[in-house]
Design a protein around this ligand. Structure first.
Ligand code: ADP
Length: 264
């Protein structure tokens, strides 16, 4: 009976999620259809200024809808990671232009790269999209401007520390990427749910609630860990812990070299 109850609760949750997505998607389509309708009328009247406005509105709605389906697909696919040894510092440095453009004029970007960062064992594309997602969340949390700081670091997590974490990760060496903003911050009940898929506090059509859950899944799939530190009115820091890449593992892929050789 307990099993069946759990199954029923799961089905109910899935039903709620699907309902929410259908609702969001429907809103976007309504936006497109409405704009096209107005557009048709104004084409007849020849009002160029209005025509431009309705076309822009239709395009924006269509882009939102496409973004939603993209993220749903990415989420359901649970893409397998293309794991390699990644130089996190140069990955972050290579994203600075894109991040600055994403943040706009009112949000400053500060990048602090640790010297002699360890290589991380992860998927570069997914790490890039995780950082971009974090920057977008940060921007949304700083409507009146502020500062986004991205920091890299090396960390040794010992057995005592990892035992305290909710996630099961191995004690050992990790590369840490911290993304901090000076925005609205999150209340404890929001922090508790933020990694849940489809949890969002944003208006319908603007938030899908998939960003942080994908970032969390990505960190876990990499064998790492993600954590939120936040305080209302002060800002938010999201930390990604990615396992340090071992040189020996890279050698082992090319041939039957003994796994421990390069560790000395
Ligand atoms: P979405 O951004 O689509 O809402 P996310 O999973 O990325 O989905 O985020 C879930 C929720 O967590 C957001 O709706 C917001 O309430 C909160 N959140 C995420 N990042 C931040 C941040 N940097 N500052 C404040 N709140 C945040």
């Amino acid at each position: 009976i307990e099993d069946r109850l759990r199954q029923a609760q799961k089905m109910e949750a899935v039903g709620q999620l699907t309902g929410g997505i259908a609702h969001d998607f429907n809103n976007m389509l309504t936006g497109i259809i409405g704009s096209l309708d107005l557009l048709k009328r104004d084409i007849a009247g020849g009002r160029q200024d209005r025509i431009d406005r309705y076309m822009d509105a239709a395009t924006t709605s269509a882009q939102r809808a496409a973004g939603l389906t993209d993220r749903l697909l990415a989420f359901s696919r649970r893409q397998s990671l293309d794991v390699q040894s990644i130089d996190v510092n140069s990955l972050v440095a290579g994203m600075e232009d894109l991040l600055r453009r994403t943040l706009g004029e009112s949000v400053g970007l500060e990048v602090r790269l640790t010297t002699a960062a360890w290589p991380a064992r992860t998927d570069a594309n997914q790490l890039e999209s995780a950082l971009l997602n974090l920057a977008i969340n940060a921007r949304d949390a700083m409507p009146d401007g502020g500062r986004l700081t991205i920091e890299t670091d090396n960390a040794v997590l010992d057995e005592h520390y990892v035992a305290l974490l909710a996630d099961e990760i191995a004690a050992g060496d990790y590369v840490v990427i911290s993304v901090s903003d000076t925005g609205t911050g999150m209340a404890p009940d929001v922090i508790a749910k933020a990694f849940d898929p489809f949890f969002t506090t944003k208006p319908i059509g603007q938030g899908t609630g998939l960003g942080l859950s994908m970032i969390y899944g990505f960190a876990r799939q990499s064998g790492g860990h993600a954590r939120i530190y936040s305080e209302v009115g002060r800002g938010t820091t999201v930390k990604l812990y990615l396992p340090r890449a071992e040189v020996a593992a890279a050698i082992a892929q090319d041939g039957p070299a003994p796994l421990r050789r390069a560790e000395a």
